[in-house]
Write a protein that binds this ligand. Structure first.
Ligand code: NAD
Ligand code: DAU
Length: 333
C-alpha cells in the first residue's frame, strides 16, 4: 500500500509513521509536511532512508495533486493544533485546517483515492463537570475556539464531499493525546519540561477542567483499525475512558518527579476555556472490536516523563521560546 501521511512530522503523525514502519513492512510512506514551528525536523531522522519526506503545504494544490495521485490512501494529520495559538492569531488555522482540507478533498476526488481525516473531540464543544453525558457520533457540533471551529469545518467539508461527490473517506474524532514527541507548548510536556528546567508548572484558571486522556499509541492503533475495518463515509470517536482534571494531571506529574504536589502556580485562564471533554467510543469498540492498551494513566505518564527526561536534545532548543511567548499573556493568579 502506498500511503501519503500529511502532517507526518508532528506529534501524532510522526508516532503514526514510526509505528507503521515497525509493524507494517508492506506500507510505502510519503510524508507531506510544511514543517511549521510544531514539527521537529529531527523526529523522523532515524527512518529517513525508509520514507520519502516532502516539505510542502496541504493547501497548495500544485504540491498536493501529484502526491495524492501516486497514493492508495491519504491520512490527514496536518493541522494547526493549538488552542492558545488560535486565540492569538487564527489566520493559519483557517488556511491549513479549512483550505488545506478542501485542497486534499479536491485531490482525492480527482484521483479516486481514499482519505482518512484525523479530527478532534473539540468539535462537540464542552460538557459540564457534573453532566453524566459523553460525546457520541450523534452529538451536535458546537465548537468554542478558532481551532475547534476550523476542525469542525474541516469535518463538515469531508462529510459533504462524501455525500455530494462519493469521495471514499472516514473521519475519526479523538480526545487528548499524550506520549513521546509532543510539542512542549501542550499541557503534559509543558509541565514535565518545566519541572526539568526548574520552572513551576502552570495551571490555567481553577484547574478543574477535565480532559479525556489517551496514549498516542492507542490513538494510532485505532486509526489503523478504522483504515482496516471502518465503513466508508463513517465517523468514529476514539477515546480510552481517561477523564482526569488538570489539577490531578499536574499533581501526578509533580509526585512522579519527586516534587511536592502543590509546587505549581495558577495562571491566567484561557479565554472561552472548554470545561470538560468525554468520549463514548462504543461504536469503535463494538463495531470494529478496538480496545485501548494503555489504560493506566499514571503509568503512561511515568513513561512520558522518562521520555522527556532522556530526550532533552529533542525539546530544549524550543523550550525558552515557548515560555517567553506564554509569559506575554499568562500571569500568576
Ligand atoms: P502537531 O501540531 O503536533 O502537528 C501538526 C503537523 O502538521 C506538524 O508537523 C506541522 O508542521 C504540520 N502542518 C501544519 N500545517 C501544515 C500545512 N499547511 N501543510 C502541511 N503540514 C502542515 O499536531 P498533533 O497534535 O500531532 O495533531 C495532529 C492531528 O490530530 C490534528 O489534526 C489535530 O487536530 C488532531 N488531534 C490532536 C489531538 C491531540 O491531543 N494532540 C487530539 C485529537 C485530534
Ligand atoms: O481534545 C483534543 C484536543 O486536545 C486536540 O484537538 C488539540 O489539538 C490538543 O492541543 C488538545 O487541546 P487542549 O486545549 O485540551 O490541550 P492543551 O494541552 O493545550 O491543554 C489541556 C488542558 O490543560 C486545557 O484545559 C488547558 C490546560 N492547560 C494547558 C496548558 C498548556 C493548563 O492548565 N496549563 C498549561 O500550561
Amino acid at each position: 500500500m502506498r500511503m501519503l501521511v500529511t502532517g507526518g512530522a508532528g506529534f501524532i503523525g510522526a508516532n503514526f509513521v514510526l509505528s507503521t514502519l515497525a509493524t507494517r513492512p508492506d506500507v510505502e510512506i510519503t510524508v507531506l509536511d510544511k514543517f511549521t514551528y510544531a514539527a521537529n525536523p529531527h523526529t523522523l531522522d532515524p527512518v529517513a532512508q525508509q520514507i520519502r519526506v516532502v516539505r510542502g503545504d496541504i493547501a497548495d494544490a500544485i504540491v498536493v495533486d501529484p502526491l495524492v495521485a501516486a497514493a492508495d490512501l491519504v491520512v490527514n494529520f496536518a493541522a494547526e493544533s493549538h488552542n492558545d495559538r488560535s486565540l492569538e492569531d487564527p489566520s493559519s488555522f483557517v488556511d491549513t485546517n479549512l483550505v488545506g482540507t478542501f485542497t486534499l478533498l479536491e485531490a482525492v476526488r480527482r484521483h479516486g483515492v481514499r482519505l482518512h481525516h484525523i479530527s478532534t473531540d473539540e468539535v462537540y464543544g464542552d460538557l459540564d463537570l457534573d453532566d453524566p453525558a459523553r460525546f457520541t457520533e450523534a452529538t451536535a457540533y458546537d465548537p468554542s475556539s478558532p481551532y475547534s471551529a476550523t476542525k469542525a469545518g474541516s469535518d463538515l467539508l469531508v462529510r459533504a464531499w462524501v455525500r455530494s461527490f462519493g469521495v471514499a473517506a472516514t473521519i475519526s474524532n479523538c480526545s487528548n493525546n499524550y506520549g513521546p514527541y509532543q510539542h512542549v507548548e501542550k499541557l503534559i510536556p509543558r509541565q514535565i519540561t518545566n519541572v526539568l528546567t526548574g520552572i513551576r508548572p502552570k495551571v490555567y484558571g481553577d484547574g478543574h477542567n477535565v480532559r479525556d486522556w489517551i496514549h498516542v499509541h492507542d490513538h494510532n492503533d485505532a486509526v489503523w483499525t478504522i483504515i482496516d475495518r471502518g465503513a466508508l463515509g463513517q465517523t468514529y470517536l476514539i477515546g480510552a475512558d481517561g477523564e482526569v482534571d488538570n489539577l490531578t494531571v499536574v499533581r501526578d506529574i509533580l509526585e512522579l518527579m519527586g516534587r511536592p504536589a502543590d509546587a505549581f502556580d495558577f495562571v491566567t485562564d484561557r479565554p472561552g476555556h472548554d470545561r470538560r471533554y468525554a468520549i463514548d467510543a462504543s461504536r469503535l469498540r463494538t463495531e470494529l472490536g478496538w480496545t485501548p492498551r494503555y489504560t493506566d494513566f499514571r503509568s503512561g505518564l511515568a513513561d512520558t516523563i522518562d521520555w522527556y527526561a532522556t530526550h532533552r536534545q529533542w525539546w530544549e532548543p524550543v523550550k525558552a521560546g515557548v515560555e517567553a511567548s506564554y509569559a506575554k499573556t499568562q500571569h500568576t493568579l
